[in-house]
Write a new protein. Structure first.
Length: 410
């Protein structure tokens, strides 16, 4: 017996396949190039007699040879040790920027790797970790803001030195907020997906329960009645006993066939169009004559009436209509205590199928603990139809259903 092949997993979009460490390493490389690109727009020398300005930024590639391995190590540790990774990136950024001597502060371009890592950590890690990373970045920027003027021989709030770290703080906060937004969006999407999966499991469980009930209940009721009849006439009417045993055999075989079809459908993976069971294997209104004959053989004559011109029905409507009639007849056999009932199938309206099953019995319709009518209501509700089941005013019980033929499946 060959096993059903498992479909390959769906790959995420290409950008999502890139690990966070790769984005961080790429941002670090861009930050290394920023002073080189910035020199093109700067004069080669500044006025040396102006104490408020530092020399133009020039990349220190010797220092970059030491700080780049540290930054790449931080990128590799970003998933496993996010706070350690952010701390290493901050240290590498500060050392590299001090080597540039670019206005003695941390320009926003030098913080590309840090804010990238901060955003990715916030998007992927718990809130406690993201807050610790943000505090680490803001603390480092504030400390550098206080120390940079002193290291350069100037005063805190002198000239144009104040401003670069302020921009870095703003960019860090924006990166953290973006990461939080992504984190919350992911959490919301996962919650919706889990809820949808739970609802799908519940719907499938109810569908299986309805199919099991509808497949077995009617036949078992007929088997019980025929077995009782055979036992009563076994000695006096052996011919009637043989007929009852034949009906039991037929009902048993039909029940086993229905169970095999249902279990086979449950074992099969859904087809490309989402249909697990071929339509021609599902029962439908074409089997009503045989169902009426089996019910008549069980002792309840079925008056089957067709109104309007019979025409093909959608598979879900055809199956639901058959199950409604089947369960209603099973309830008549088990609970009504009458010799006959009437089934009317109405095809006169082009956009609607009507069903009417009535009897003049005791009027209960089902046992108090039964699930048959509950399952029928669920079936009809899923098809956007109307269902009623109640005692008749003049005695007996009546089941009616109206099933729309367009836009039926939810």
């Amino acid at each position: 017996m060959s096993e059903t092949p498992v479909p390959p997993p769906t790959l995420p979009p290409r950008l999502q396949r890139i690990p966070p460490g790769a984005w961080t390493a790429f941002a670090w490389c861009l930050s290394l190039l920023s002073p080189v690109l910035g020199d093109a727009d700067r004069p080669s020398h500044r006025a040396t007699d102006d104490p408020g300005h530092a020399p133009a930024a020039h990349q220190d590639w010797v220092t970059a040879g030491f700080t780049t391995p540290v930054a790449l190590l931080a990128a590799a540790l970003l998933r496993r040790r996010p706070r350690t990774a952010v701390a290493l990136l901050l240290a590498a950024t500060v050392v590299q920027t001090e080597a540039w001597r670019w206005e003695l502060q941390l320009p926003p371009t030098a913080l590309l790797a840090v804010v990238t890592a901060l955003c990715l950590v916030t998007a992927a890690e718990p809130r406690r970790t993201s807050r610790a990373a943000l505090a680490m970045v803001l603390g480092a920027l504030t400390l550098h803001l206080l120390l940079a003027p002193a290291l350069g021989g100037g005063l805190l709030l002198t000239g144009t030195r104040i401003g670069a770290n302020d921009a870095g703080v703003l960019i860090a906060v924006i990166a953290w907020l973006i990461g939080r937004s992504v984190h919350q969006s992911r959490a919301h999407a996962e919650a919706l997906s889990a809820r949808a999966a739970e609802q799908a499991v519940t719907a499938e469980r109810l569908r299986i329960a309805r199919e099991m009930h509808d497949t077995v209940a009617h036949s078992i009721g007929i088997v019980a009645l025929q077995a009782g009849a055979a036992r009563r006439v076994l000695d006096t009417r052996p011919d009637r006993a043989r007929e009852a045993l034949g009906a039991i055999e037929t009902a048993g075989r039909e029940t086993l066939a229905g169970l095999r079809r249902m279990l086979g459908a449950l074992r099969q993976a859904d087809d490309a169009d989402g249909s697990a069971t071929p339509a021609h294997l599902l029962p439908g209104l074409a089997g009503l004559d045989r169902l009426a004959a089996a019910t008549t053989a069980a002792g309840v004559r079925v008056d089957l009436r067709w109104q309007g011109e019979r025409h093909p029905l959608p598979p879900e409507i055809d199956l639901a209509a058959f199950r409604i009639v089947q369960e209603s007849l099973a309830n008549v056999v088990r609970h009504a205590g009458v010799p006959s009932c009437r089934v009317t199938v109405d095809h006169r309206r082009p956009a609607e199928l009507g069903l009417d099953i009535s009897d003049r019995g005791r009027g209960r319709g089902t046992s108090p603990a039964g699930y048959g009518l509950v399952g029928l209501r669920e079936r009809v509700a899923l098809l956007h139809g109307d269902f009623t089941a109640a005692p008749r005013p003049d005695g007996g019980f009546r089941v009616t259903a109206r099933l729309p033929l367009t836009g039926s499946a939810r």
